[in-house]
Write a protein that binds this ligand. Structure first.
Ligand SMILES: [Zn+2]
Length: 93
């Protein structure tokens, strides 16, 4: 169980980092499994609505920003904003 940074409740933790790097480690440490599932669904909507190009680093930064805002509403993530998600890693774990 963890105290989730998003929903504020003590809920089930993820079994491991859902994405690579420091971002994934922070998510595993601070975000509950149900909130990550919510983001996984939201992520698809964001990609489709913004028509993000997976190969474009700017699009990766945009998606990362949406993820941070969704998972860490207090904007207190310790991960450097410059760290971007690699789209091809999303969904692997
Ligand atoms: Zn949560």
């Amino acid at each position: 169980m963890i105290a989730c940074a998003r929903c504020g409740r003590a809920r089930e933790a993820l079994t491991g980092p859902p994405v690579p790097g420091a971002t994934g480690e922070e998510i595993a440490r601070r975000v509950c499994a149900p909130c990550w599932e919510e983001w996984a669904a939201m992520e698809i909507k964001v990609i489709n609505e913004l028509r993000l190009n997976f190969m474009d680093p700017a699009a990766q930064a945009t998606l990362t920003g949406h993820m941070r805002a969704f998972l860490f509403p207090g904007d207190d993530s310790t991960v450097e904003p410059e760290e971007r998600l690699a789209f091809d890693e999303i969904g692997k774990s």
